[in-house]
Design a protein around this ligand. Structure first.
Ligand SMILES: C[S@@+](CC[C@H](N)C(=O)[O-])C[C@H]1O[C@@H](n2cnc3c(N)ncnc32)[C@H](O)[C@@H]1O
Length: 259
């Protein structure tokens, strides 16, 4: 814990001032998952309908997964990883989705945590849509090139791939056909692709009619623009929860809003 202020200072200098991508282990949100869990614990309980104590039990399962990821990927660049992915693990453990869809793959950090949770649940499948390019940013240590050369989803271990369907392409090309081909409604949709108003709004609008009542609409980067708050307000999606920093989540009403 004592290293945190220094880690944050170094991270903010390189990431926010110099606009560099940093190694996962140099990102304070990756180094310690506890602070984001503390912030998100109550909103997560409201969103999932689980008690905070039940969530604590799922949170404790993350320790070995975190250690494994530190060993496997700590020295690699973050590549725009969704740093709240451990919260996705908790949501999936708490709600047991049978069918989940995410957009935006890059390293596959969010895919990995969702798939770890599906594996722990013993059921469920994940479809991920992403352009075939890792989002490796500029860095002064030259590590970015190694990551940029990797296939998207490189953080997803072989043992987890049986539940995974990876679709290469842009969400607006892939989503319509994929959604109509699915045999059952989605239980969970997550946006983490291009964080621009038109793309975010299009993805929410396209996914919503395919989510089952009480399903989960999740989005990263909800503060990048007005897309998330505008959509939530326009569709009267009550219970808008900001889970931590810039991860948002709402439940689809039992009688789904149309539009
Ligand atoms: C923020 S990163 C995703 C991070 C990932 N969820 C993770 O946790 O590692 C966004 C990714 O979406 C890709 N992308 C951009 N526009 C897209 C689109 N329209 N459809 C699908 N993927 C897109 C980018 O190339 C980038 O790899």
């Amino acid at each position: 814990m004592s290293a945190h202020p220094l880690l944050w200072a170094r991270f903010l200098y390189r990431h926010d001032l110099r606009h560099e991508d940093v190694r996962l282990m140099d990102n304070p949100r990756f180094a310690d998952w506890e602070p984001m869990y503390r912030v998100a614990r109550e909103p997560l309980a409201r969103l999932t309908g689980r008690t905070p104590e039940e969530l604590d039990r799922f949170y404790r399962e993350l320790a070995p997964i975190h250690r494994q990821l530190e060993a496997e990927a700590g020295r690699l660049q973050g590549a725009s990883a969704l740093m709240q992915a451990p919260l996705l693990y908790l949501i999936v453990r708490a709600t047991h989705p049978a069918l989940a869809l995410e957009t935006g793959v890059s390293s596959g950090f969010s895919s990995r945590l969702i798939l770890e949770a599906l594996e722990a649940n013993g059921s469920g499948e994940l479809h991920s849509i992403g352009v075939a390019q890792v989002a490796a940013g500029r860095s002064s240590d030259g590590l970015g090139d190694a990551v940029a050369a990797r296939p998207i989803g490189y953080l997803v271990s072989e043992r987890l791939r049986a539940r995974w369907h990876l679709h290469f392409g842009r969400s607006d090309d892939v989503m319509p056909g994929l959604l109509t081909s699915l045999a059952q409604p989605l239980d969970l949709f997550l946006h983490d692709s291009r964080h621009q108003y038109d793309t975010m709004t299009w993805e929410y609008t396209t996914a919503l009619p395919h989510l089952r009542p009480n399903g989960l609409l999740l989005s990263h980067d909800i503060h990048t623009c007005r897309a998330w708050p505008d959509f939530i307000a326009a569709r009267s999606l009550a219970g808008d929860e900001e889970l931590d920093h810039d991860l948002g989540g709402v439940r689809v009403p039992i009688a789904p809003a149309r539009g």
